[in-house]
Design a protein around this ligand. Structure first.
Ligand SMILES: [Fe+2]
Length: 282
């Protein structure tokens, strides 16, 4: 019996979350890649439209009176220096452990080319198939079952060290999501450092080659990853996380909803009982 069978066979009533938890701690024999890269997945025009989302999100937030909720400094994950882990957020900000995130989920549907998010979802599902990560095996090949949980523009910035001396992100998983998609918004010669690496139990740590503008990188959201410090310039990425619930992103005021946030998992979204059956045949 391989590890994949072990996850499925020891409790046939496992729900999706339990199975993914099992996959995160076992190493299915056919699961070898922890990330997939699609070079040139998006065009320069696509990237331009994504970059413009930031200002659109800020303008939308201002006109909605929620400008204090749509952009924030974040530092999370486990840092290689234990002293950083023990710091208060303000201290982390001062030494540059973290990034600025702008939540763009309120405006992406109205400001991006119509099929752009669909193409990112296609990339996510293709990566899942190629990487044997198991999300599709649980019935999520069905296009309608995978929804945007959050859409964020993330900036690691050392160009203004007095204000935002930001330099990295600790080891973490994108917990509660299924598939994460990242789009590079600039060329690799525009910054130094900022390398994405994965720290799965199933493979050795792997560092993803620095992406070119428009390159799309996909990973299973439960695989642990981190970004090395940006040492020069600004690194900007667009991150979309997909999950099985929908959340009315255009009406949400805060950031990423939680799995148990009933306020956000609402009408017209699937309940657990409506989720696709395990091992649904395609
Ligand atoms: Fe992440």
């Amino acid at each position: 019996m391989n590890e994949e069978d072990e996850c499925l066979d020891d409790d046939s009533d496992k729900d999706l979350r339990s199975l993914l938890e099992c996959y995160a701690h076992h190493c299915p024999s056919n699961q070898t890649k922890q990330w997939m890269r699609y070079p040139g997945g998006l065009s320069p025009e696509d990237v331009q439209s994504i970059v413009a989302l930031k200002e659109a999100a800020l303008e939308n937030a201002r006109s909605s009176g929620i400008e204090d909720k749509i952009q924030e400094f974040r530092a999370f994950g486990t840092y290689s220096d234990p002293e950083v882990d023990d710091m208060e957020e303000e201290e982390k900000r001062e030494i540059g452990a973290g990034h600025i995130v702008t939540f763009v989920h309120r405006v992406f549907a109205s400001h991006l080319p119509e099929n752009l998010v669909s193409r990112l979802k296609d990339a996510a599902l293709a990566a899942d198939r190629e990487g044997n990560w198991g999300v599709g095996a649980f019935g999520f090949r069905n296009y309608s079952h995978l929804n945007v949980r959050c859409a964020e523009i993330i900036e690691y910035n050392v160009s203004n060290p007095g204000k935002y001396k930001i330099d990295g992100l600790g080891v973490h998983a994108d917990s509660e999501s299924l598939l994460t998609v990242a789009v590079a918004l600039q060329e690799p010669d525009e910054y130094e450092g900022g390398d994405l690496n994965f720290q799965s139990q199933c493979t050795n740590t792997s560092t993803v080659p620095r992406p070119r503008m428009g390159d799309v990188t996909v990973w299973p959201s439960w695989v642990k990853h981190a970004a090395t410090p940006v040492t020069k310039g600004i690194r900007r990425i667009f991150v979309v996380e997909f999950w099985e619930y929908c959340t009315r992103p255009e009406q949400r005021e805060g950031g990423r909803p939680g799995y148990d946030d009933e306020e956000d998992i609402i009408a017209n979204c699937m309940s657990d009982s409506e989720l696709p059956p395990l091992r649904e045949e395609s």
